[in-house]
Design a protein around this ligand. Sequence first.
Ligand SMILES: Cc1cc2nc3c(=O)[nH]c(=O)nc-3n(C[C@H](O)[C@H](O)[C@H](O)COP(=O)(O)O)c2cc1C
Length: 380
Amino acid sequence: MNPKFQPLFQPYTLNNGVEIKNRLVVAPMTHFASNKDGTLGEQERRFIGNRAGDMGMFILAATLVQDGGKAFHGQPEAVHESQLESLKATAGIIKAQGAKAILQLHHGGKQSITELLNGKDKISASADDATGTREATHEEILSLIDAFGKATDLAIRAGFDGVEIHGANNYLIQQFYSGHSNRRSDEWGGSREKRMRFPLAVIEAVVSAKAKHNANDFIVGYRFSPEEPEELGITMEDTLALIDVLKEQPLQYLHISLWDFYKKVRRGADPAACRIQLVHQQIGGKLPLIGVGNIYTADEMLEAFNTGWAEFIALGKTVMVNPDIATRILNGEESSIQRAIDPEQADHYGFSDTLWNFTISGTQAWLPPLKGQEAKIIDI
Ligand SMILES: Cc1cc2nc3c(=O)[nH]c(=O)nc-3n(C[C@H](O)[C@H](O)[C@H](O)COP(=O)(O)O)c2cc1C
């Protein structure tokens, strides 16, 4: 390995004593490849089968915690006892490659797909006519919180090394924290503190599932999106207030969701500053932060890491294009890293048919560019 990349391969010890062997993380990526019943699909097995080598952590795709919250076709599930064996197989595939296996816990809320509700109503913090969503009752909120705890119990029994609470990307947990999506006036909405109750209750449910198993070495992370574009949506001020509370929780890491690592503040803090810089400053060293967003090459990883704004660097699109990217850097082969998809590549990079078709359509800004195309960056 070129010694300049050594900083990316230093180990990091989390606050529960678990050592992560290096600073590279596979970002959670929905692959549209689980079976209809949420169990491990053959195409999923292929996609996750060779992308965790020489990585510190591998965060599995958003995984459903309760019927009624599915937001993707072919989404994995940790809802039912009957899914335990499949979850064991999934954790096994990741751990066999040497990375820590982290299951991302998810519910789509108003972003759930109507035909995948499994007989349930689409529910969220508040009603939303555009998506056919109704406001969740108090009892439903308690049941949603409980579902995150139950999914954690399944993840522990399945042998995962940890879970990541998906509080980002405008899904259910974020919908509760957002003043745009949450217009409740009961104890679950209104003030910023009340909007924070649901995310905190989810953390509590997850942590108490962990405590029941005496699983001190089980990792719990929390992912959040720092800003929303809507007038009443989340601002940096909201996010910094959330960070103040999150950093005191019994968590092992925080994970910011960004499409551009260097994205500047929109509102609620100094617009000349990068969001991640302010978030890192606010955490004040209490927990490690995973940074992410449009980082493709080894030099770009190093540059992002050297800002000092993130203890870990997560990689999404570049891991789609270069499944063995960490191994290549270790072997001094970083110059072979590609930024774009070759539509002629015979094995379709191991993508599921659905993910491949989305990718080669060349129209999806959230996916890697096709050869000869300019990369697009999502501006949220
Ligand atoms: C195919 C694909 C699927 C994704 N699925 C998820 C997901 O399940 N959960 C999540 O939190 N983020 C998801 N993301 C966002 C990524 O985790 C990451 O934040 C984003 O791609 C930016 O990083 P990148 O520029 O390195 O790809 C997905 C991104 C891609 C490209």
